[in-house]
Design a protein around this ligand. Structure first.
Ligand code: NAP
Ligand code: ZN
Ligand code: ZN
Length: 355
């Protein structure tokens, strides 16, 4: 039993997006069916659809920054009702029994790994999962988030489901707070949320960017200043001064330029996943000040709900540019040129408009 979903899919790594229909399962007792109203466009969607990481299953329907309205609930779902606003992020399931899952860190599931919202095996219907560039989705209640923001902000809430949690989780894990000097490398979708959230946590935030034209935006988002990372003199003025640096860059680059800016015991955490590896960092840069280079993957469901509530309480949403589904390829091309202010969000009503 299933219903037909309308979507946009990439049929191959070098093919443009095109309209695509597929089947979603009917909601089981623990499922929630959501009419998707908006879906953010993450750089991971681009890496996947264009085959940059390898392993892409086609047809590929990306999208893991999903917000919408509950259309139906299963008989065992007691805490969501038809008509509620709801969100779905990067995961739709996990083993639930391993230590990571039991601790609410499903993104680090030690069973078969978490089930991605797209490009993962679909145990219900076979084949692979399809994401949020579609008109509805059916997800286990345990992987559905509540949206507490005002409904008028719904489109700008969508990017919190990936860009928000991927920056919130490491900022929390490394205990960013007042009186700390925090750097955010790359002012794109993740970076701009990192700036907003770190500033709301009370840190002094600096943006490292390859785009000098983003300085005023960086300050408006909550940063003290923007440092042009290619300006050696500007970078030298900050050597040994940062407590924590969150690196969101989506391309291979020199990590030493940033590691040298950390204090003793400072950490730089990578969240960007470039197509090609970074050049190996200089060991001396790490050992002489006991600096750490770390990584972080999205965040668990419990922490995602905490992040959504934190953003609601602090009045935080994403800065978005709304697009139609037919504009996905053009949006991807602009994302490659770092020309995003600061997240594209697809208006899913556009699926219903004639071409
Ligand atoms: P995005 O919106 O395209 O932003 C990336 C930013 O990086 C750009 O706006 C640009 O900022 C900077 N940049 C791009 N190319 C660069 C280069 N060659 N050298 C230096 N800086 C460059 O991408 P996003 O959606 O924020 O995603 C960023 C990365 O995180 C992607 O690789 C994505 O797959 C990954 N990601 C990881 C996780 C996770 O769980 N770890 C979750 C989501 C996404 P400036 O103009 O300011 O330089
Ligand atoms: Zn993402
Ligand atoms: Zn698990």
């Amino acid at each position: 039993m299933s219903t037909t979903a309308k979507a946009f899919a990439a049929l191959a790594a070098d093919a443009p997006f095109e309209p695509f229909d597929f089947e979603r399962r009917d909601p089981g007792p623990r499922d929630v069916a959501i009419d998707i109203l908006f879906c953010g466009v993450c750089h991971s969607d681009l890496h996947t659809a264009r085959g940059e990481w390898g392993g892409t299953l086609y047809p590929c329907v990306p999208g893991h920054e999903i917000v919408g309205r509950v259309r139906a609930i299963g008989s065992e779902v007691a805490d969501l009702a038809v008509g509620d606003l709801a969100g779905v992020g990067c995961m739709v399931d996990s083993c639930r029994t391993c230590p990571a899952c039991r601790e609410g860190e499903e993104q680090y599931c030690e069973g078969a790994g978490f089930v991605g919202t797209y490009n993962a095996p679909d145990k219900h219907l076979g084949g692979h999962t399809f994401g949020g560039y579609s008109d509805h989705i059916v997800v286990d209640r345990d992987f559905v988030l509540r949206i507490g923001h005002d409904e008028k902000d719904l489109a700008a809430v969508a990017p919190l489901l990936c860009a928000g949690i991927t920056t919130y989780s490491p900022l929390r894990h490394w205990k960013v707070g007042p009186d700390q000097k925090v750097g955010v490398v790359g002012l794109g979708g993740l970076g701009h949320m990192g700036v907003k959230i770190a500033a709301a946590m009370g840190a002094d935030v600096y943006v490292f960017s390859t785009s000098p034209g983003k300085r005023e935006d960086a300050k408006r988002l909550g940063a003290k200043d923007l440092i042009v990372s290619k300006d050696a003199e500007a970078m030298a003025g900050h050597v040994g001064s940062f407590d924590f640096i969150l690196n969101t860059v989506a391309a291979s680059h020199d990590l030493d330029a940033f590691l040298a800016l950390l204090k003793r015991d400072g950490t730089m955490t990578l969240v960007g996943v470039p197509e090609d590896p970074h050049p190996s960092p200089n060991v001396a840069n790490l050992i002489f000040r006991r600096r750490a280079l770390a990584g972080s993957l999205i965040g668990g469901i419990r922490e995602t709900q905490e992040m959504l509530d934190f953003c609601r309480d602090h009045g935080l949403v994403s800065d978005i540019e709304m697009i139609d589904a037919r504009e996905i390829d053009a949006a991807y091309d602009r994302m490659v040129r770092s020309d995003v202010k600061y997240r594209f969000v697809i208006d899913m009503q556009s699926l219903k408009r004639p071409a």
